[in-house]
Design a protein around this ligand. Structure first.
Ligand code: GLN
Length: 483
């Protein structure tokens, strides 16, 4: 089964198979494996086949776009016109989006085919995909383990070969952490690079969309389509998008890579540290210059993030009131009862916890103590990175402190779940781009290496990751049960 976007594009152009054929193959694999993995909330067979037929016609006319005929899956957080968009929540279980997110529109423009919408933690809140109203997702490398979250469905779908690429969103690690736990490649671009229009908001100052695929080369292709200025998103960056694929293959001779000592300290599993050190040795062989650096405020990133993310979500989620769209409780006695029961019944426990904490942190009297303080710490965390980038081009470390944990292992302990994002969260606070790529295995479970770039340096990240993938084959491994 062909599982790379690059290879599918080549084969379609060479006429080795049609888009309808490859789309049918993926739909058949989804039908066979989704019951065990639960990666998809919706499978859009009819749309996929109609788009594939149109793609074949475009290919025949010599009018192919960048991704014409390539099947992809989308996180169920991107609005898709006429298709259920649930955000993993009961409150949106009956919501059919009336328009396409800009990201979806871009994929449509470039000719991609939509296979379906992937499972996720409710409103992207979580690190294990266990907070979904549609049930948890299994990790294809070991189905007793979590795939990571919140974009767990997308990561697992790519790892199991149910889609060659998929979209995700990353507010504090939700692309990089599941990519690491499922052994795939994922990139969270600079804040503002990819439009948030039509992406259901969690923490608006942190959210950013990005792709998952097997390789950096595939991610470069998908990110090219996703990126660009959008006047419908007021935080979209009005900056030219470089040619990401053209930036690959330059090598990394002389590239300065910093290893933050705080990312190799207490809390990191020893065997993960060993895997990352081995990868660093490979990069050194490729000509990279490795330097020790420090990001002194790393330990503040989790508390800072959880104040800001919860404050923003408490505001963003106030629009789900049972009145305009989404779930409405049965037989409300008055307006207040309608609000209370629609929200009470529609939201899950983690979402409610965050709305309550966020509302508290924003309330009069506490605003200065929590929200304002968090914003000040956010600035300090950002300055740590700015200082580091004075002396290095990239920063490298583990993506997660441990490999995929067992389903249920952390569901009763939110704080231990929050600690999963210790290495990923500070990037979102700073707005920087980061990616995770496969770097090894421990007891049959993948280990992710994280690369962090300076603002709008996605091309530098992708080129470094591609260079590593030219001399390693971790990203080419496929779980036995899904070969
Ligand atoms: N795990 C983090 C959270 O629950 C990050 C999630 C995300 O990036 N969407 O907030």
């Amino acid at each position: 089964m062909t599982s790379s976007v690059t290879e599918i594009r080549r084969a379609l152009a060479a006429g080795e198979f049609s888009s309808v054929e490859i789309t049918q193959d993926y739909l058949a694999r989804i039908a066979q494996h989704n019951p065990a993995l639960n990666c998809f909330i919706s499978v859009t067979d009819d749309i996929a086949l109609a788009q594939a037929r149109a793609a074949d016609a475009a290919l025949a006319r010599g009018k192919a776009g960048a991704l014409t005929g390539v099947p992809l899956a989308h996180k169920d957080l991107f609005c898709t016109d006429g298709v259920k968009t649930s955000c993993g929540s009961r409150i949106l279980d009956n919501f059919i989006a009336p328009y396409d997110a800009t990201v979806i529109e871009n994929f449509r423009r470039d000719g991609a085919v939509m296979l379906g919408k992937t499972n996720m933690d409710e409103f992207a809140m979580g690190s294990s995909n266990e907070n979904s109203w549609y049930g948890s997702v299994a990790n294809p490398w070991n189905t007793a383990h979590v795939p990571g979250g919140s974009s767990g469905g997308s990561a697992a779908a790519v790892a199991a070969g149910l889609a060659p690429g998929a979209t995700g969103t990353d507010t504090g690690g939700s692309i990089r952490q599941p990519a690491a736990l499922c052994g795939v490649t994922g990139i969270k671009p600079t804040y503002g690079r990819v439009s948030r229009y039509g992406m259901i908001a969690y923490g608006s100052s942190l959210d950013q969309g990005g792709p998952f695929a097997r390789s950096a080369e595939d991610c470069a292709l998908l990110l090219q389509t996703m990126s660009g200025f959008d006047r419908r998103d007021s935080t979209s960056a009005e900056q030219a998008v470089p040619d990401y694929c053209g930036a690959l293959g330059k090598g990394i001779e002389g590239l300065k890579i910093g290893l933050p000592k705080e990312y190799f300290a207490e809390g990191l599993d020893d065997s993960i540290a060993t895997v990352i050190e081995t990868a660093v040795a490979e990069l050194r062989k490729l000509g990279a210059e490795i330097k020790d650096i420090s990001l002194p405020n790393t330990s503040l990133s989790i508390p800072t993030y959880y104040v800001i993310a919860m404050a923003e979500c408490s505001s963003n989620l106030s629009r789900f009131d049972g009145v305009r769209f989404g779930y409405r409780c049965d037989n409300p006695v008055d307006l207040e009862d309608l609000y209370k029961r629609s929200r009470g019944e529609g939201f899950g426990a983690e979402v409610k916890r965050r709305i309550m904490i966020g509302t508290y942190a924003l309330s009069a009297g506490y605003y200065d103590a929590y929200y304002l303080k968090a914003q000040q710490l956010r600035r300090m965390i950002k300055q740590d990175f700015q200082q580091a980038f004075d002396s290095v081009d990239l920063i490298l470390g583990p993506t997660t402190p441990e490999t995929a944990f067992k389903l249920g292992a952390k569901t009763d302990d939110p704080v231990s779940m929050y600690l999963q994002d210790i290495y990923t969260i500070s990037l979102n606070l700073a707005g920087l781009p980061g990616m995770s790529l496969p770097a090894g295995f421990i007891d049959g479970l993948p280990v992710g290496m994280q690369l962090i770039g300076n603002y709008f340096d996605e091309a530098v990240l992708l080129n470094a990751a591609h260079s590593y993938q030219q001399v390693s084959d971790w990203h080419l491994q496929t779980p036995e049960a899904f070969k």
